[in-house]
Design a protein around this ligand. Structure first.
Ligand SMILES: Nc1ncnc2c1ncn2[C@@H]1O[C@H](COP(=O)(O)OP(=O)(O)OP(=O)(O)O)[C@@H](O)[C@H]1O
Length: 609
């Protein structure tokens, strides 16, 4: 048996850097975050190991002319041995050891990788450091690629560390102070230690997170929250804020805000900043917000969330799910509170996000209860609350499923009853839920069941039925005798939507528009549709003109001006429907017939009164 050869795995540092720079982090700029985080951890270390007279401070200074960026801290510093063992050893760090020793939750570093990301944005990295363990010694670490490095004595400095990056050309914007400040504001908003930029005496994170501030006057607390939201929100003006307070089973705290910009039902402008131990981990954790909350942004912190190695994503573990559940709860509770305490803001929320809220109310029963009387649904008479639609429909909620104004419009405009536009986002399900919860009947116009309710059929002897049919219908129309309101409306033509579809699918034109496979399938379906009737003509027996027509039927034929006028009316009401919209010819004939009938009536001497 031969002894196996034992070899050490080689690390291609250049390859590893490419993975880090291009794949592990969403943007190489997060190197800045990593350096600030190291400075923070170093201050925590000093507080634990050498607290006497220690004032923690982190300062980030840039020099646009030189293209450099330097992150300084007053932390523990590093000895020569520590530089080699921790700073320059990938996957190792003192931070992890410190956490294990002290069981502290304050430290951020975990993986021993972060420092490496500096080489993704810098051509050269220089670190001057003086350890509290040997304050008389200052060392300079330098490296171009992270692969090889030098250590040499340097001019004395106070205990602490300064990491200077000579930025690559494409990352030079970090040497611009305002760009730097904007990024730091996001990264460090919740960091408990002060982070200064340049020689500014005020820290970028001087304003504490609102949920960490003790009891403030309600108006001041509200202003603080809005101010915090404004600083973090990049796209929208915050309209109002909602607190995420402590809840059982999770440590999540934070703030949500509703955008002061209109959304549609399907708009998804969700955004969530997630901080873990004060550092921004994920600036787009939208999945933690409920899917219906397309109009909400926020910032949260939780020490229970575990970052993935990229530290820009979160592990989808039970803690993650608990945080998501707590956020959803807080959002619903928060909306209730805004409704109660901030009527002006609430009015704006409803105005801006009515359509999205229709969808939201369907996803959460408590939201439904909150919003049922506040939201409006689109109707033929404009946007109206469901209760109003119901009142004007005398207890019934009429909804149309047709995308364009059809017979429903003619009929219901005559009745002055609003019809819900059932094809718009959330409208019909919301109305149905409303009827379920608050009572009421939804009548879906255009469906067989709906039509039966709107036009209750009436008995008519066969000969009278045949007479009306001969006088008023053209081929393809079926006459149905009915009694319906308003009595002033003599007839309504209701196109058969399935027959309409059959005609469209089977037309030559469709062959060009629909992929042939799909067309074949659709034709199999439409072949079963009886298209001999393409519209039902509901004739209103309660209408005086129809009643008179029936009374005088013995002396009337199709040339009678009264019949011509009614036939023209059929064409006019058909004109409002989609099917007939293309039948310009039919409308034209009807207009001519209408004109002739009027002339005949004018020419007929009126009986003396
Ligand atoms: N500014 C600093 N002051 C003192 N020590 C530092 C500093 N920066 C880095 N170090 C040391 O170098 C080690 C490695 O840093 P690195 O950023 O690579 O990893 P980490 O911070 O431990 O973990 P993570 O990859 O999760 O950030 C740290 O654990 C710390 O011991």
């Amino acid at each position: 048996m031969t002894t196996p050869e034992i070899l050490a795995t080689q690390v291609d540092l250049f390859g590893l850097m490419t993975v880090l720079g291009e794949h592990l982090y969403s943007t190489p700029f997060v190197a800045l975050r990593e350096l600030v985080q190291n400075a923070h951890d170093s201050c925590v270390r000093r507080r634990l190991e050498d607290p006497a007279g220690f004032t923690p401070e982190i300062r980030v200074v840039c020099d646009p002319a030189a293209g450099t960026l330097a992150v300084s801290d007053t932390g523990a510093g590093l000895t020569r041995d520590e530089i080699v063992r921790y700073l320059a050893t990938i996957g190792a760090g003192y931070t992890r050891k410190l956490r294990e020793q002290h069981g502290t939750d304050d430290l951020i570093g975990l993986f021993g990788l972060g420092f490496l990301s500096a080489f993704v944005i810098a051509t050269r990295v220089a670190v001057t450091t003086s350890s509290y363990q040997s304050p008389d010694t200052t060392l300079l670490y330098q490296s171009r690629s992270g692969e090889r490095f030098s250590i040499e004595p340097a001019a004395a400095r106070p205990v602490g560390t300064t990491v200077t990056l000579h930025l690559k050309d494409n990352f030079r914007e970090l040497s611009d102070e305002s760009a730097l400040r904007a990024r730091l504001l996001h990264y460090c908003a919740l960091l408990p230690l002060p982070v200064y930029v340049g020689d500014d005496p005020v820290a970028v994170n001087a304003q504490p997170a609102p949920w960490r501030v003790g009891d403030a006057h309600p108006a001041r607390a509200r202003a603080l929250r809005l101010d915090f939201a404004r600083r973090l929100e990049r796209r929208f003006e915050p309209l109002c804020t909602l607190d995420i307070g402590p809840r059982e089973g999770t440590d999540v705290r934070g703030l949500l805000w509703i955008h002061d910009a209109a959304t549609y039902g399907t708009s998804d402008n969700r955004n969530l900043h997630v901080y873990v131990r004060g550092m921004l981990l994920d600036d787009d954790a939208r999945e933690l917000l409920p899917a219906w909350a397309g109009f909400v942004s926020g910032a949260i912190e939780s020490a229970k969330l575990t970052p993935t190695a990229s530290r820009e994503d979160l592990q989808r573990d039970p803690a993650y799910r608990a945080v998501a559940a707590a956020i959803a709860e807080a959002l619903v509770d928060g909306m209730k509170q805004v409704a109660e305490r901030e009527p002006e803001a609430w009015r704006r929320v409803l105005l801006r996000h009515n359509e999205a809220l229709l969808g939201a109310a369907l996803c959460d029963d408590r939201l439904f209860e909150l919003l049922a009387d506040e939201l409006t649904v689109p109707t033929s008479e404009g946007d109206l609350p469901v209760a109003v639609v119901q009142r004007r429909g005398q207890g019934k909620l009429y909804a149309s499923l047709s995308p364009r104004g059809g017979f429903e419009e003619v009929l219901f405009r005559a009745l002055r009853v609003p019809v819900v536009v059932g094809t718009r986002y959330g409208a019909l399900p919301f109305v149905r839920r409303h009827a379920d919860r608050r009572g009421g009947t939804v009548i879906e116009l255009g469906t067989a069941a709906g039509n039966k309710r709107v036009f209750p059929p009436a008995d008519l002897p066969a000969d009278q039925q045949a007479f009306l049919s001969n006088m008023l219908t053209r081929p393809g129309q079926r006459l149905i005798a009915a009694r319906f309101a308003p009595a002033e409306l003599p007839l309504v033509l209701v196109p058969d939507r399935e027959a309409e579809l059959k005609r469209r699918v089977e037309s030559d034109e469709a062959a060009g528009r629909i992929a042939s496979g799909a067309l074949g399938l659709m034709r199999m379906f439409t072949a079963k549709i009886d298209a001999t009737v393409d519209a039902d003509l509901y004739v209103n027996l309660d209408n005086p003109a129809i009643a008179r027509l029936l009374e005088q039927r013995a002396g009337i034929d199709a040339t009678h001006p009264g019949v011509k006028l009614l036939r023209a009316l059929v064409a006019f009401v058909a004109g409002a429907s989609e099917a007939a919209a293309n039948e310009a010819e039919g409308l034209h004939t009807a207009l001519a017939e209408y004109g002739r009938a009027v002339c005949e009536l004018l020419d007929t001497p009126r009986p003396a009164r």
